[in-house]
Design a protein around this ligand. Structure first.
Ligand SMILES: NC(=O)c1ccc[n+]([C@@H]2O[C@H](COP(=O)([O-])OP(=O)(O)OC[C@H]3O[C@@H](n4cnc5c(N)ncnc54)[C@H](OP(=O)(O)O)[C@@H]3O)[C@@H](O)[C@H]2O)c1
Length: 253
């Protein structure tokens, strides 16, 4: 079997852990709005090059111009629907082409929060499971193949406290996030043996995106603070945090 070094040669001789002067690259799914834009800004501020995925081309263009005005980081947009086979192929190709070091699975949907009803149409249920679970498993697997061949890399899954404790008003969303937790638990230790670190983030309500309609939004987790915290987790090389259970100081989950 080829050593990681031999495999790195096959990948253009690039190693995952670069010198401190070289820029690292993060890929963020669902970067066009909500927590994804906060992640993009935090990683750009820390000097990372960005590969930003979402379906909305106009919103990605706005993010690109906002970041390029103030930073010298490279920005590559990947306009793709993570539910489609073509979209997943485009993202997979971009992992290698852009020499990505960190993949953040952030894209997600939670239509129950708007309707507050258990979803009864199978197509609605499938959409949530497809976006939040099946596609994320496929992205994790693509990243694992790419990272393990080059000697290492980091995957961050933006899960939710709904992946630890089911919520009645978002039952399908909870099921999707529980599923991702199960997948991660199953592969994490094996993947670590090949230098692939998977960090699961079980966050309480964040003051952005899906929770922006809440009356108490001002008292929720600050998205910029959490994004900066996740940047810090990517800097460690000799240790990693397997999972984070994040809640607002002074609040219940
Ligand atoms: N906000 C919270 O309170 C909270 C709490 C815990 C966990 N989370 C998790 O944090 C993540 C982000 O949530 P958010 O609140 O920021 O939501 P949001 O504002 O609704 O943003 C979701 C992002 O996902 C993208 N997206 C959705 N479906 C997609 C698809 N099929 N293909 C590609 N991109 C897709 C959207 O972009 P396009 O529409 O442009 O494709 C958008 O950029 C989610 O995984 C969520 O479960 C959120």
């Amino acid at each position: 079997m080829a050593s990681p070094q031999e495999k790195n040669k096959a990948h253009g001789g690039k190693t995952p852990h670069r010198g401190t002067d070289a820029k690292h690259t993060v890929m963020i799914t669902g970067a066009s709005s909500g927590f994804g834009t906060h992640l993009a800004k935090a990683f750009a501020s820390a000097g990372y090059n960005l590969v930003a995925n979402a379906r909305d081309e106009a919103k990605l263009a706005t993010l690109k111009s906002a970041l390029e005005k103030s930073r010298d980081s490279k920005f590559v947009g990947v306009i793709a629907d993570i539910r489609s086979a073509e979209g997943l192929e485009e993202i997979k190709a971009a992992l290698a082409k852009q020499n990505v070091d960190v993949l953040i699975n952030n894209a997600g949907v939670n239509p129950e929060l708007q309707g507050h009803n258990a979803m009864s149409e199978v197509s609605d249920i499938q959409n949530v499971i497809h976006t939040n679970l099946s596609s994320v498993i496929a992205l994790c697997t693509s990243a694992y193949e790419y990272f393990s061949a080059r000697g290492g890399g980091t995957i961050i899954n933006i899960n939710s406290v709904a992946g630890l404790k089911g919520n009645y008003h978002e039952a399908v969303y909870s099921a999707s996030k529980f599923g991702l937790r199960g997948f991660s638990e199953a592969v994490k230790d094996e993947w670590l043996k090949r230098g692939v670190r998977m960090i699961d983030v079980y966050s309480g309500a964040i003051a952005t995106g899906m929770s922006s309609h809440r009356a108490d939004v001002a008292g929720l987790i600050d998205p910029s603070e959490l994004a900066e915290f996740l940047v810090g987790l990517c800097k460690t090389e000799s240790l990693f945090v397997r999972e984070l259970n994040v809640q607002k100081t002074g609040n219940r989950l």
